[in-house]
Design a protein around this ligand. Structure first.
Ligand SMILES: *[C@@H]1O[C@H](CO)[C@@H](O)[C@H](O)[C@H]1NC(C)=O
Ligand SMILES: *[C@@H]1O[C@H](CO)[C@@H](O)[C@H](O)[C@H]1NC(C)=O
Ligand SMILES: *[C@@H]1O[C@H](CO)[C@@H](O)[C@H](O)[C@H]1NC(C)=O
Ligand SMILES: *[C@@H]1O[C@H](CO)[C@@H](O)[C@H](O)[C@H]1NC(C)=O
Ligand SMILES: *[C@@H]1O[C@H](CO)[C@@H](O)[C@H](O)[C@H]1NC(C)=O
Ligand SMILES: *[C@@H]1O[C@H](CO)[C@@H](O)[C@H](O)[C@H]1NC(C)=O
Length: 480
């Protein structure tokens, strides 16, 4: 396996048929070289920058080592033991670390927000972890109208830091997620109008695998690298500074949006699946953004609570316009509850705070796309995907380990694809037609550190079945 691992990247519209999550990382035979590289780095960098695991005779030697490992969102990523962690304060620290890693040919991983769902994407055994915890600066330049961010900033922090200046970056939708999302493309409620999050890159400082740092832009000699980082993950280098376009979203007081959420019971699931498709086909307003998810919780008495949530946001304060734009969702009955009203972008940025205590759970993800071609086959594909997910949730053999599972739909409208093309393109490069990014999430009960064969088999069944619905509608994944 290559020592260059994919980026931490949670939310992405990249075209997967499905993603196999539990990759077992090979144990490196180079652990002596790794220790040597760590020791070299401790002399090359400030000693506090390079930290080793706590030792029994010196329990305080760990500093930030243990808290960094345990703060990964996915519990499976808290199970790794890097030989040492480098906590860079500057890009130059990252350069020194990468040069040593390159010259010693040792394994490494990179952690920004630590929110990756993928095992092994932000931690490493017998290798060096570069953890950005100390590089979380963000600022706005009103002359260039750009925002400059360091890798460890999270979207909630970014929005809060710039709120008084009335601007925000196009980032993610869950406040706790970090910048790894950008390299996977990134979906924001601003995306229908402003493109995938990565379409907003202006300039990137990138440390290459050999420690050389370059600044990549759309037009300079590193334009190919620049484009690769728009959706290609961090296989190409470590971004230590992002300069991105600022979006003028207003302050907390500017309630220039209307929206919120509608919660539905299982009796409305089919109607909601159809509404997602209808909205994806019909809506042409780039100021409208939605995230619809179906959720199921296993309660302490091993019964299931299923519901669906339509998060609907319109960057226009008019309620009557909102009612027209989102009529496919508003006409569904029965519903459980609604929270609709005037909102600021700041309100929206904190509307999807995770329901779970965010760390301490094993997370399993899969992703695919559904086209929005007109016709009954397309409609059936949306309904089938939801039914397959319902079947997954009704499998009681999983309840001893399952806490929650979510099936989420994010329409990618033509307007979003056009913005990306106008800005030099990205490597997601979908055809010019609306589709849905679909995500399947399984959250295990607190502390469960392994996945049963039953769970893996049930996930396989689900992936096979949701995949099969595409062959009938010419999947996008076959065209890219
Ligand atoms: C350690 O690195 C050296 C080169 O620096 C290499 O020749 C050797 O094979 C490595 N050892 C292991 C165990 O990988
Ligand atoms: C590192 O550990 C110290 C002491 O526990 C703590 O105050 C500090 O916030 C930690 N720094 C980071 C970046 O986590
Ligand atoms: C590092 O790699 C880049 C890209 O391949 C190359 O241009 C540069 O010369 C290399 N730097 C060193 C110090 O070898
Ligand atoms: C919008 O629709 C809701 C029902 O979904 C209704 O209560 C409200 O009066 C409507 N508002 C306007 C301005 O049409
Ligand atoms: C399951 O998730 C809920 C939140 O939805 C959390 O409060 C609870 O502790 C979790 N239970 C287990 C056993 O993981
Ligand atoms: C429902 O799920 C079970 C367990 O994974 C699987 O054996 C079965 O084939 C599924 N049923 C359908 C209709 O897909």
């Amino acid at each position: 396996m290559s020592k260059t691992r994919p980026a931490p990247m949670r939310l992405t519209a990249r075209i997967y048929t499905f993603v196999l999550i539990l990759v077992t990382l090979p144990l490196s035979s180079a652990s002596d070289n790794t220790t040597l590289a760590c020791n070299n780095l401790q002399t090359l960098l400030d000693p506090s920058v390079v930290q080793f695991p706590p030792t029994s005779n010196d329990p305080n030697s760990a500093g930030n080592y243990t808290s960094t490992i345990t703060s990964t969102w996915n519990l499976f990523n808290a199970e790794f033991t890097p030989t040492c962690i480098v906590f860079p304060r500057t890009s130059s620290d990252v350069q020194v670390a990468m040069k040593e890693i390159f010259d010693s040919d040792v394994n490494y991983a990179v952690k920004a927000g630590g929110h990756s769902a993928m095992k092994g994407w932000n931690n490493v055994d017998n290798g060096i972890l570069i953890a950005f915890d100390y590089m979380n600066h963000i600022s706005y330049d009103p002359i260039k109208d750009t925002i400059t961010m360091e890798p460890a900033i999270r979207w909630g922090e970014a929005v809060t830091a710039l709120e008084s200046q009335g601007v925000a970056p196009v980032g993610g939708r869950v406040d706790d997620v970090g910048t790894g999302l950008l390299l996977g493309g990134g979906l924001s409620f601003l995306s229908p109008a402003h493109g995938f999050s990565a379409d907003n890159f202006v300039e990137l400082d990138v440390v290459l695998v050999n420690g050389t740092m370059v600044t990549a832009t759309q037009t300079n000699e590193y334009a190919d690298l620049f484009k690769s980082l728009k959706g290609g993950g961090n296989r190409f280098g470590i971004v230590t500074r992002y300069e991105v376009r600022a979006v003028h979203v207003g302050t907390k007081e500017d309630k220039n949006w209307f929206g919120g959420s509608i919660m539905y019971p299982e009796a409305s699931f089919d109607a909601l699946a159809k509404a997602v498709l209808q909205y994806t086909q019909d809506n042409n307003d780039p100021n409208a953004a939605i995230l619809v998810y179906f959720g199921a919780l296993v309660l302490p008495d091993n019964t299931l609570f299923s519901f669906a949530m339509a998060n609907l946001f319109h960057n226009n304060p008019s309620e009557s316009l909102f009612n027209i734009t989102f009529s496919p969702f508003l006409s569904i009955q029965p519903i459980i509850s609604t929270t609709l009203g005037p909102l600021s972008y700041h309100d929206i940025a904190f509307s999807l705070t995770e329901p779970l205590p965010s760390n301490g759970h094993g997370q399993l993800f899969g992703a695919t796309v559904l086209s929005s071609s007109p016709g009954s086959e397309s409609e059936q594909a949306y309904i089938d995907t939801v039914h397959q997910w319902i079947n997954f949730t009704k499998n009681e053999a999983l309840y001893s380990e399952l806490n929650t599972t979510v099936l989420a739909f994010t329409p990618i409208p033509v307007s979003q694809i056009v913005v990306g093309r106008q800005r030099g393109g990205n490597v997601i490069d979908p055809p010019l037609e609306a589709y849905n990014a679909v995500q399947f999430q399984v959250t295990l009960k607190t502390g469960i550190k392994s996945v049963s064969r039953e769970m893996e088999e049930a996930r396989e069944v689900f992936f096979e079945k949701w995949g099969s619905s595409f062959t009938r509608i010419t999947p996008l994944s076959k065209r890219v």
